[in-house]
Design a protein. Structure first.
Length: 380
């Protein structure tokens, strides 16, 4: 007699709820059972789920005369066969960040098979101190691939920002970023519809752009390399590489924790730069600001971008004094709580407010927004 085909909806609930739900949902089919085993290999190690009896320990696979351990290589092969790309990325992220399964980025057999992505790049940067030279060589492939993708995405956006700054002259070329809101309203007031309380836009207006002035500016990126800032370190390196060599701009990249390391000489090779960064340790932001101050040639033509979570391990009073001195001499100071695509800020708001009170611009910018901010300053 042929076994009944499992109901897909019930199978999904069974995968969510774990083995105890099987008496209500019925048994899983072969493919769903394989998915469940892959999920259990990862999430079965969660002590909270074990305590509640939601999942059983499934870190072994039955075969031959007894159970054999499932390796990270086996598990990666399984999830790439069983799940869609978005789910795979989530599973890999949980494995390396939530459960700290380091062999995913320190086992040569795994690194040879794994598909490079942003999650694995972060994991490589956090664990490269555990790697021998052969593993580092394989891990470098992940860094090169992901950094290459980031550069491809960011460089066109940055080049557009530096293609010219807005002028007061109108333009016949429509561009969303150059849309003249006030000019468009004025030009179309005759088409106001009182009953509908709206204006019909017949003649949209746009700003034209002029080439930026070539008077030399400096951008000094001071990047916190504590463990929580890995995303910002990645994007700061890529941003600095994208800005390097632009006319009228001299870029510096400085990483800091309790010490300061000037990485400007490696800016053109962000892969090498990231492989040399040492994440973790304490934080002395004031010391980094002092170092950045010494790099300034012309205070009124300098932008100091401080990329940090503002959790100061050094002297916060010294930091506030240093930022106040910069702003009083005419230097633009940016306090960036995040520097990634999502710009999700997580920072010490009290200290950030103190820096804002002495003249710093504090907030969150994506790399593209930072480039546009710099381009507008160069065009003044």
């Amino acid at each position: 007699m042929t076994a009944p085909t499992p109901d897909p909806g019930l199978e999904r609930w069974r995968l969510v709820l774990g083995a105890p739900a099987e008496r209500c949902t019925g048994p899983l089919g072969p493919e769903a059972a394989a998915r469940d085993a892959a999920l259990d290999w990862l999430y079965g190690r969660d002590p909270e789920q074990a305590r509640r009896g939601v999942r059983t320990d499934a870190h072994t696979r039955e075969g031959g005369d007894g159970p054999s351990a499932v390796t990270a290589v086996d598990w990666l092969d399984d999830i790439h066969r069983l799940f869609p790309k978005e789910t795979i990325e989530r599973l890999e992220r949980d494995a390396v960040e939530r459960y700290e399964i380091h062999e995913i980025v320190t086992d040569p057999a795994v690194l040879e098979r794994v598909e490079p992505n942003a999650t694995l790049l972060r994991a490589v940067l956090r664990t490269k101190h555990l790697m021998n030279p052969e593993v580092l060589r394989l891990a470098r492939r992940i860094v090169e691939t992901v950094v290459g993708r980031l550069l491809e995405q960011l460089k066109p956006e940055i080049r557009r920002s530096f293609s010219g700054t807005r002028s007061r002259r109108p333009s016949l070329l429509p561009s969303a970023r150059d849309f003249d809101f006030r000019g468009t309203i004025r030009a179309n007031l005759a088409h106001y519809q009182p009953a509908e309380r709206r204006i019909l836009i017949e003649k949209p207006r746009f700003h034209s752009r002029t080439r930026p002035h070539l008077e030399q500016w400096q951008l000094i990126l001071l990047v916190d390399q504590s463990g929580s800032m890995v995303e910002s370190v990645i994007h700061s390196a890529v941003t600095a590489a994208s800005l390097w060599g632009l006319p009228g701009l001299k870029t510096h990249l400085v990483a800091f924790d309790t010490s300061v390391v000037d990485l400007t000489s490696d800016v053109t090779d962000p892969v090498e730069l990231l492989m040399g960064v040492q994440l973790g340790g304490g934080t002395d932001i004031a010391q980094a600001v002092d170092y950045g101050t010494r790099l300034i040639d012309n205070p009124r033509r300098a932008i100091v971008a401080l990329v940090t979570d503002f959790y100061e391990g050094g002297d916060p009073y010294r930091l506030v004094r240093g930022v106040r001195a910069l702003t009083e001499q005419g230097t633009t100071v940016l306090g960036l709580a995040a520097l990634d695509e999502d710009a999700n800020p997580a920072y010490d708001r009290e200290l950030a407010q103190r820096l804002a009170d002495v003249g710093a611009h504090v907030g969150a910018m994506t790399p593209g927004q930072l480039a546009e901010f710099v381009a507008e300053r160069l065009g003044r």
